[in-house]
Design a protein around this ligand. Structure first.
Ligand SMILES: NC(=O)c1ccc[n+]([C@@H]2O[C@H](COP(=O)([O-])OP(=O)(O)OC[C@H]3O[C@@H](n4cnc5c(N)ncnc54)[C@H](OP(=O)(O)O)[C@@H]3O)[C@@H](O)[C@H]2O)c1
Length: 305
């Protein structure tokens, strides 16, 4: 099949790279073209306009918010706005709301295009390590048709049902991500103030029943204060807001998510928008009267890098 890819940001670059390196016939478009150009070395074609992707069989989309998805798919210069041939299917991977996803499905179905909602768990390093996972919903036949390509990008692709169900799974996942990160920051700072170096504390935690893929791959950031961005506080705030919005609609109290959302807002308000959300650790240390220094101890991220 001929594949298209919209959005070569941190995630889109690493995902599309796996398709191109795997030998797929893929044409990619990014608003900032320069970010897509490295993919040409792996055999991808770089498109100058979204219209060039309209003749593909499957088009993947990985941008930021629902407004951005709507713009690239159905905006004035969007994928389906040209009036010519249209793809069979869009595989939409951005983390967006159920309502946005339902609106997208309606827009696409009117034009005879299927939608597979396919958000993901994992950052760009996780993708490179071959550990990404998709959660998918929409027509089962669309999932089956896309599966060989999903598997080129990620070893795990779960089908959870019709419609927009994958979106709520991803929203719940990222609410948990925010809350767990804040909690890990709190206990790491507490242990350090009581005298335990961060690397020693996290080495134990990572090997305990509470350790996880996530706690392991955040360990280098927490120990050596490497806050090069994997996921921005702004995108995490979006997901916490999506979670709180869904919670209100479903009459579910989410006290921990509410507090975490405001702590992430504090990172943003303090200008830490182009640093990793793991800076929640620094915020927690400051609130505890502790000035953090890198420990400069080599620690594994558990991803083989
Ligand atoms: N990073 C993670 O760990 C992670 C993990 C799972 C899911 N996600 C989700 O994946 C999505 C992408 O995240 P990311 O970290 O890759 O973000 P990112 O690095 O900020 O990339 C965003 C991408 O969207 C494009 N974009 C944004 N608005 C656009 C618009 N109006 N028109 C056209 N293109 C637009 C950007 O184009 P330009 O290059 O021109 O700016 C860029 O290609 C988000 O929904 C995020 O919540 C992220």
């Amino acid at each position: 099949m001929k594949l298209g890819w919209i959005g070569i940001g941190r995630m889109g670059l690493a995902m599309a790279e796996r398709l191109a390196k795997g030998g797929a016939d893929v044409i990619v478009w990014n608003r900032t073209r320069a970010k897509a150009e490295p993919l040409a070395a792996h055999g991808a074609t770089i498109a100058g306009s979204l219209a060039e992707l309209a003749a593909c069989d499957i088009v993947f989309c990985m941008v930021s918010t629902w407004d951005d998805v709507r713009e690239v798919i159905a905006g004035p210069k969007g994928l389906i706005s040209g009036g010519g041939k249209l793809p069979r299917m869009i595989v939409e991977c951005s983390s967006i709301s159920l309502e946005g996803s339902a609106e997208l499905r309606a827009l696409l179905n009117e034009r005879g295009v299927e939608l597979l909602a396919a958000p993901v768990s994992g950052n760009a390093k996780v993708i490179k390590a071959g550990r990404l996972s998709f959660v998918c919903s929409g027509p089962r036949a669309a999932f089956d048709a896309a599966l060989p390509y999903l598997k080129m990008i990620a070893p795990a692709a779960s089908y959870v049902g019709e419609g927009e169900l994958a979106r709520i799974v991803k929203i719940c996942h990222n609410v948990f991500l925010g809350v767990v990160t804040q909690s890990l920051a709190e206990v790491t700072v507490l242990a350090q103030k009581a005298g335990v170096p961060r690397h020693a504390f996290l080495e134990f935690m990572n090997q305990s029943v509470m350790g996880s893929t996530f706690s392991r791959y955040k360990t280098p950031a927490f120990v050596n204060l490497d806050f090069r961005v994997t996921f921005t506080p702004t995108l995490l705030r979006k997901d916490l807001d999506l979670g709180l919005d869904a919670a209100r609609r479903n009459d579910v109290p989410m006290p921990l998510a509410s507090i975490t959302r405001d702590l992430v807002q504090t990172l943003i308000g303090r200008g830490m928008t182009e640093e990793d959300f793991a800076k929640l650790l620094v915020l927690q240390a400051e609130a505890s009267g502790l000035k953090l220094e890198p420990e400069n101890v080599p620690v594994s991220d558990g991803l083989g890098s």
